[in-house]
Design a protein around this ligand. Structure first.
Ligand code: PLP
Length: 409
């Protein structure tokens, strides 16, 4: 067979195979082929399990009907997103923080922007990211050629890892070294721990001293319960000069299958380079104008419905439901003497594995002995070894049954 001869982006060769989910699937299928009657319970899934709230569905239907009406249909929308949605985000999510609609960019998902934001920076900027972390930060850093090869000790050369350990309360601390672009995630996937106000202050201070940029992934912001935890990095003085914030409708309003999110790039966020000063907001707007025609009109109308009175009540109901399950799961596991973290300001729980196991051997044990499908923490980075990520996205019944099975082990 003929092969094309076009030089590839060789940085893709440095990527590790998407081992975590394929391995979980493979092991689960093997068990089912051995024990076809096994009733598996899934405790590790990161996708929501409740449908879209009725207020969202209603608006989605109405807006879709408009698209078939010769008088009302819409063609291309603004690449930055419709003003009706950006105004709602600014007014509701940034009340008292003076974020204006033109600092908000609507997107088809947090993932998209977390990955693409890197492209407005030079190839040799140094990236820092939490360990363990949601994989998109590292994968896209590798794809962009901002790492060296994988190290024998785990991790990639050229990346600044921010270890989230029990000793530091799973809080990613500013490192003693320099980093240009820093990914932070609060509440954090996979540990389920949210960053405290003093820590966010330390990060803003670090970014100012190092003249770096923070990218805060706040996809789980709606789950913050603790009144001491900031809901936005812009609650920290000076953060608008150093931070981009990314939020999503996926995990609060169930948009994982519908796709809508937003990114805030304040006008104060300016970068000095080659003797000139650049506005990141202007650069990103230019990039969006060139590369996207935005998110569909019905989806943006559906997202705007999240901010109606009914939408707010329904979203609160969804989030409260997931948090209640997280509490049941956390309390149940603690009663069984497992070390469990997170689950208070996030739908994720970070469970320590008993001493005689590592993440994968404990995964195997739980799968074989209790038919529980979990997620090994080591799949999120080398510091995740020794932990499992559990989620409260499963049903109440599944959580109760899972606890019963664990008790019986
Ligand atoms: N950020 C984190 C930390 C996540 O866990 C996820 C999805 O699981 C995302 C971003 C992706 O969000 P979206 O569905 O908006 O792309």
């Amino acid at each position: 067979m003929m092969s094309a001869m076009v030089k590839l982006n060789h940085h893709y060769q440095k990527l590790q195979p998407n081992y975590l989910f394929t391995e979980v699937e493979k092991k689960t299928e093997t068990l089912l082929s051995r024990e076809p009657g096994a009733k598996l319970l899934h405790l590790g899934v990161g996708d929501i399990s409740m449908p879209l709230p009725p207020a969202v569905v209603e608006e989605l239907v109405q807006a879709s009907l408009e698209m078939g009406d010769p008088k009302k249909f819409r063609g291309y929308g603004p690449s930055q997103g419709y003003l009706f949605l950006r105004e709602k985000v600014a007014k509701h999510d940034y009340e008292n923080l003076s974020v204006s609609p033109d600092e908000i960019f609507i997107s088809d998902g947090a993932n998209t922007d977390l990955a693409n934001l890197q492209e407005i920076f030079a190839p040799d900027v140094r990236v820092a990211l939490p360990d363990p972390a949601y994989p998109v930060y590292l994968d896209t850093t590798i794809m962009a050629g901002r790492t060296r090869l994988p190290l024998k000790t785990g991790g990639y050369g050229g990346v600044v890892y921010l270890p989230c350990l029990e000793e530091n309360g799973f809080q990613p601390l500013p490192p003693p070294t320099h980093a240009d672009l820093i990914y932070l995630c609060s509440p954090h996937n996979p540990t389920g721990v949210a960053m405290t106000r003093p820590l966010l202050e330390q990060w803003v201070d670090y970014a100012k001293r190092h003249r770096s940029i923070l990218i805060l992934d706040a996809a789980y912001e709606a789950y913050i319960n603790d009144p001491e935890i900031p809901h936005s990095i812009y609650e920290i003085e000076g953060a608008k000069e150093v931070a981009i914030e990314v939020k999503s409708f996926s995990k609060n309003a169930g948009f994982t299958g519908l796709r809508c999110s937003y990114t805030v790039i304040p006008h104060q966020l300016r970068v000095a380079d080659t003797g000139s000063i650049f506005s990141l907001n202007t650069l990103w707007k230019r990039r969006q104008d060139a590369k996207t025609n935005g998110v569909s009109y019905p989806v943006q109308r559906a997202a705007a419905a999240v901010y109606t009175e009914a939408g707010q009540a329904q979203v609160k109901g969804l989030v409260t439901g997931y948090l209640e399950r997280a509490k049941v799961l956390g309390d149940g596991l603690r009663a069984l003497r497992f070390a469990v973290f997170g689950g208070v300001n996030a739908p994720y729980l970070w469970m320590g594995v008993p001493e005689r196991f590592n993440s994968w051997s404990f995964f195997d044990y739980l799968l074989e002995k209790a038919h529980l499908v979990t997620l090994p923490g080591s799949g999120f980075g080398k510091t995740g070894e020794g932990y499992m990520r559990l989620t409260s996205f499963g049903t109440k019944e599944a959580i109760a049954q899972a606890l019963e099975r664990l008790k019986a082990l």
